[in-house]
Design a protein around this ligand. Structure first.
Ligand SMILES: Nc1nc2c(ncn2[C@@H]2O[C@H](COP(=O)(O)OP(=O)(O)OP(=O)(O)O)[C@@H](O)[C@H]2O)c(=O)[nH]1
Ligand SMILES: [Mg+2]
Length: 277
């Protein structure tokens, strides 16, 4: 969303919906929205290929070997919205700033990433700063494309990544809890929020399953818990399976449904995304 103003110094911040705002006066408010999404998954499953398709660039190197990506790739895509243009017209806005989506393509995670295996550990910090996670899962057969575990199994792969994220969060929560318990000035609500989240993580479940009130949410926000972020599965299929999916997608969909997560079918290599599954 956007409305009119001329250049000046603005007070900026983020509201509860993640909208970044900058305000100069009551009559002149500018709103823009920037959502950051991390693209995660095992090595060599098509993350960088998807990144290139989404950002319509060849900015990320995509190649047939694990850990092709080392440094994160960042790409920004603006989201056109005709309603926004109309609002801008009604308000006679000097400037209309569309919402933007920032994609962050990181190195592949492997078993033990939360404990420092592979390259994944150092990038977990990058993912923590993101608002949401796109979890790419390989659902295509191609004997020429190496799979780090020797076979294609989307359910096993997705669970492995999810568990690594849970382990990483668990370590964060335990560390913070220890500190909070020793700190007499700490808000007791923070400890109770951490305990609520810990109960799920200890069971191998994502932190997003914990019900927190607004205050508790704010108190643990700085931890950037990975499994509390919204997550969407991107099932990467061969071109021919884009419309109807395949058995691997069906199995992965069961996992997504059980978690209440959304799944989209993508064919990263050809740059197609099919939203309605
Ligand atoms: N057959 C087929 N190959 C694909 C598909 N998507 C990606 N690939 C190939 O898989 C290989 C790995 O793709 P990347 O995009 O580099 O994979 P990544 O997940 O970024 O890998 P890392 O950076 O190593 O973690 C490349 O050779 C791609 O061309 C697909 O849908 N079908
Ligand atoms: Mg890559």
């Amino acid at each position: 969303m956007a409305s009119a103003f001329s250049r000046s110094t603005f007070v900026t911040g983020r509201n509860s919906n993640g909208m970044i705002f900058s305000r100069r006066s009551y009559s002149e408010t500018r709103l823009s929205m920037k959502l950051q999404t991390a693209i995660v998954g095992l090595p060599n499953v098509g993350k960088s290929t998807l990144f290139n398709a989404l950002t319509e660039t060849q900015g990320a190197e995509a190649a047939n070997y694990p850990f092709c990506t080392i440094e994160p790739n960042v790409g920004i895509v603006s989201v056109p919205d005709s309603r926004l243009d109309e609002l801008g017209r009604i308000n006679n806005s000097a400037k209309v700033i569309p919402a933007t989506l920032e994609f962050v393509d990181v190195a592949g995670l492997v078993k033990g990433a939360s404990a420092g295996e592979g390259l994944g550990n150092q990038f977990l910090a990058t993912i923590r700063q993101c608002d949401a996670i796109t979890h790419v899962v390989r659902c295509f057969d191609d004997e020429n494309v190496i799979h780090v575990d020797g076979s294609v199994d989307p359910v096993r792969d997705a669970e492995l990544i999810n568990l690594e994220l849970v382990f990483a969060d668990s370590a964060q929560v335990d560390k913070r809890l220890e500190k909070v318990k020793k700190d007499r000035k700490a808000d007791p609500k923070e400890a109770s929020a951490l305990e609520k989240v810990k109960a799920f993580l200890d069971e191998g479940q994502p932190a997003r399953n914990a019900e927190l009130d607004e205050d508790e949410e704010l108190l643990i926000k700085a931890l950037g818990l990975l499994t509390r972020k919204a997550m969407i599965y991107a099932a990467n299929v061969a071109d021919a399976d884009l419309a109807d999916g395949n058995d691997m997608v069906k199995r992965l969909k069961e996992v997504a449904d059980a978690e209440g997560a959304k799944l989209v079918i993508v064919s990263a290599q050809v740059g197609y995304i099919w939203k309605g599954f």
